[in-house]
Design a protein around this ligand. Structure first.
Ligand code: HXC
Length: 514
């Protein structure tokens, strides 16, 4: 027995050593942690159970017999985060650059199956040079196996990807198929083809960071939803994000002990909308005053900043917040913000997170580029996502709710449960200046004083439409609230809606205009 134990211990030690001391030093020199260091920061102490630690590839081509490392470039297993069960895998960049092999795939797929069958979230810590070149088509097929599992798990269990180093080629697609991608500010990269290949094929000169750095994917491409200052912050973010989500789509997100009185009336809300109706204000201030203090976790804060999406809490319960942001593009909807809203609404719906929408939107953004790049198709996704969502849905019109934006942003016809408005709400087909051009163009042209005639119309139009009372009169708004009442009213409404049951017609799946 002693010999057996000695052999096992030696093998385990080899597995723990990863690619060896020199590679570990290189990894640290690049400002990165090793796979095992990352996992030990993420999971609760003594809860990580590894699988496949001794698995090794069986290739000898291209000198691969010299590169047999136990574990083959990935650490996989299951453990607990803040007491909740999760499945995990972490690429080990010190072994052949964490490149994706047949054995890696077998281990990751095993963990993906286990997560799906057990109904627990899966967290992937990515740091990989992509398909292991020496394994040829086998490594490509291996990727396909894992992607299939990403897709089948989508909307069933939360899937979170951290990108903690370079992720090249196939290594980007598994994160892209998951629900949330977190990148580190300075050390993560994502690209399909690197700068050298691009220079050779298109002649474009670009650095790796300019091509696929964290800011590119957070602010421009929309591939990533979060950027953390460093690896530790990224790992902490995973814990926080999980706290808003259920284990799977059959469960509700956990309630955490409330720390903010549910009946708190917030006087500051009564003064937060500026007097001039085109004056901007930061809608995050409204969300923060309404929701439990310090509970807002913005999702995709750098992308399409004309809308805020994020998780927050009301009386300790998780809610998904969508809010137009007047300090960016006056809060108008465009292609990117439509995509951002649709994705977030569907994520909340999949994981039973009720939606609260704060509306202050002058409408869809006019422009040739917007029309040509498909604002119609992308804008339709907002309507699709809201209509399809069966979670509790409440809207609060803060100020402008114009035209298509009024309808799309969780109006009653989007099957919302309750529609509130503040006294500052303006609900109309379009703004006064636009309406005057359409309805009074001829009259004004023939008037002795066109400017005064236009002004008269604007005054009349504003009097009629720039308030919430017509909408309340027709039942499109359920209640006009004093802003300070918003928090208690939302909490009470969500309490009633907690047992809401609503179903969509049976079908294979809808055809969202993607
Ligand atoms: C095998 C790889 C590898 C790979 C890196 N390595 N990528 N081995 N297959 N794909 C090895 C390197 O040879 C090196 O080994 C070690 O990992 C560390 O790599 P370095 O280049 O020294 O590290 P660094 O300077 O940090 O650069 C990391 C990198 C770079 C940016 C990821 O290695 C790189 O560009 N790799 C190739 C990326 C790529 O083109 N992948 C294939 C994409 S095709 P030694 O022993 O020399 O230290 C693909 C298709 C899948 O993935 C499609 C599915 C849909």
């Amino acid at each position: 027995m002693a010999d057996h134990l000695t052999r096992l211990r030696e093998m385990r030690e080899r597995a723990l050593a990863g690619g060896g001391e020199e590679r570990v030093r290189d990894q640290h020199a690049k400002g990165k942690l090793t796979a095992r260091e990352r996992l030990s920061l993420l999971v609760d102490a003594d809860t990580f159970q590894e699988i496949g630690a001794l698995a090794t590839h069986a290739f000898s081509e291209f000198g691969m017999d010299r590169h047999r490392y136990p574990g083959d470039g990935v650490v996989a297993g299951f453990g607990k985060i803040n007491g909740r069960r999760v499945a995990l895998f972490a690429h080990d960049f010190t072994i052949l650059g964490g490149s994706f092999s047949t054995v890696q795939s077998q281990k990751i797929c095993r963990i993906q199956d286990l997560a799906l069958e057990s109904g627990i979230p899966i967290v992937g810590l990515n740091d990989s040079g992509g398909a292991r070149i020496q394994e040829g088509v086998r490594s490509l097929a291996a990727y396909g196996e894992s992607f299939t599992r990403n897709v089948l798990s989508s909307g069933v269990i939360p899937q979170i990807s951290l990108v903690l180093g370079p992720c090249a080629g196939g290594a980007v697609y598994s994160p892209a198929l998951t629900d949330f991608v977190i990148m580190t500010r300075d050390t993560s990269l994502m690209f399909l083809t690197g700068p050298e290949v691009i220079a050779a094929t298109t002649g474009e000169q670009v650095t790796a960071r300019e091509l696929g750095g964290s800011m590119v994917h957070n602010a421009r491409s929309g591939v990533a939803q979060f950027m953390a200052d460093d690896e530790k912050a990224a790992l902490e973010l995973v814990k926080l994000l999980l706290s808003y989500l259920p284990q799977n789509n059959t469960e509700d997100p956990p309630q955490i002990a409330p720390w903010d009185p549910p009946d708190r009336m917030e006087e500051a809300l009564n003064a937060c909308i500026p007097e001039a109706d085109n004056e901007p204000y930061d809608v995050r201030g409204v969300v923060e005053l309404v929701c439990d203090r310090s509970s807002l976790l913005e999702v995709a804060p750098y992308y399409a900043r004309n809308v805020v999406t994020g998780f927050a809490r009301l009386d300790g319960f998780s809610v998904g917040v969508v809010a137009n942001q007047p300090i960016h593009m006056a809060g108008a909807l465009d292609i990117d913000s439509s995509d951002k809203i649709a994705r977030f609404v569907r994520t909340c719906d999949a994981f039973n997170v009720p939606l609260v929408t704060f509306v202050d939107c002058p409408g869809y953004l006019p422009g040739v580029d917007q029309e040509h790049y498909g604002v119609i198709r992308h804008g339709a996704k907002v309507i699709f996502a809201y209509c399809e969502a069966t979670v509790p849905k409440i809207s609060v019109v803060l100020r402008k709710a114009m035209g298509g934006a009024y309808v799309a942003l969780c109006s009653k016809q989007m099957r919302s449960d309750l529609a509130f408005a503040w006294p500052t709400a303006q609900i109309a087909v379009m703004g006064a200046e636009g309406a005057v051009r359409v309805l009074r163009r001829r009259d004004i042209a023939h008037s002795a004083d066109p400017q005064a005639a236009a002004q008269d119309f604007v005054t009349e139009y504003r009097e009629a439409f720039m308030n919430p009372y017509r909408a309340a009169d027709t039942g499109q708004i359920d209640e006009v609230l004093e802003p300070r009442e918003t928090r208690p009213r939302l909490i009470r409404a969500l309490e009633v809606l907690r047992t809401k049951v609503q179903q969509n017609p049976p079908r294979k799946h809808g055809l969202m205009p993607v």
